[in-house]
Ligand binder design. Structure first.
Ligand code: ZN
Length: 290
């Protein structure tokens, strides 16, 4: 279609039709993302999270990815809003404003959420922001802002303010020099990870977890595997939420020997479980334990 040949009325109508298609597509894309997340399919492509997949595979920008993932989660919790997304009365922007409000005001109740979000239908961004301003004012969470020390930067990245003593800070500087690493974020993440893994392990050992027929993986095996994997997920190379995983599942006779253990991030581990045991079984398991 040569749009330069359309008369004014046709051009305006054609634009409106395209927007309608775009709105339907958005709803469909969100449902696709939801199903990809359920299957953890992005792990097969070497990504550690849905966000990573949106960013690198689908080539959305950070903000675009984040907004779609937020909207996808909202649609998952409130399937009632599907038709409003499809007909364009709820936009990505209003859904995200609502999602931020729910987090900030800790509004978890589905009926409350639906009521608030229905008031955001057919609003412009400015109108929607104004409504949120009024809700926050009513809830008394407007001023002063909550002393939030942890803030979401992306779905996978948090910003945390930490108060350190001068002494601890000097120790951190020493570690920085020893590790020849300038990136303090990386140093702190590694320190936290190591400390957390060690704490969990010693707790497990104290509980005498090591029965002869248990799925217990010894600290020695973990050390070997961790070193072998270079401290990264052996599937997607993420360093986030690392777990030790049986290549041949323990339930299917796999051993606790280092040759059968690998280091995976939590999402790749879940994806592997889906492949080993099937989506239906793991859906039930994840929903029971998450
Ligand atoms: Zn991974």
């Amino acid at each position: 279609m040569d749009i330069t040949k359309l008369d004014d009325k046709q051009l305006l109508e054609s634009t409106k039709n395209l927007i309608k298609q775009e709105q339907k597509l958005l709803s469909s894309i969100l449902l696709h993302l939801q199903e990809i997340e359920r299957r953890k399919l992005y792990c097969d492509l070497g990504y550690s999270s849905l966000y990573d997949y949106c960013l690198k595979e689908l080539r959305y920008g950070p903000q675009q990815s984040w907004r779609r993932i937020n909207a996808m989660r909202m649609l998952k919790k409130l399937p009632e809003i599907k038709s409003s997304i499809e007909n364009g009365s709820l936009t990505l922007s209003s859904i995200n404003l609502a999602s931020n409000l729910f987090k900030e005001a800790e509004i978890d109740n589905k009926a409350d959420q639906l009521q608030i979000i229905s008031g955001m239908k057919m609003t412009t961004q400015i109108e929607c922001e104004e409504k949120i301003f009024q809700i926050k004012k009513k809830l008394g969470i407007l001023k002063p802002l909550k002393k939030s020390f942890i803030r979401n930067i992306t779905p996978d990245l948090l910003r945390m303010h930490v108060n350190l003593s001068k002494e601890t800070f000097e120790k951190l500087q020493k570690v920085k020099n020893l590790m020849k690493e300038d990136d303090v974020d990386k140093i702190l993440s590694r320190l936290f990870d190591n400390f957390i893994i060690q704490s969990i392990e010693s707790k497990r050992e104290n509980r005498n977890f090591q029965a002869s027929n248990s799925r217990y993986i010894s600290r020695k095996v973990k050390e070997i595997v961790y070193k072998r994997a270079g401290g990264k997920c052996e599937n997607c190379h993420s360093t986030d939420r690392l777990e030790y995983e049986h290549k041949i599942p323990f339930a299917k006779g796999g051993s606790n020997d280092e040759s059968n253990i690998q280091l995976f991030c939590a999402n790749c581990n879940k994806r592997k479980a889906i492949r080993d045991f099937g989506l239906n079984k793991m859906d039930y398991y994840f929903s029971s334990y998450s």
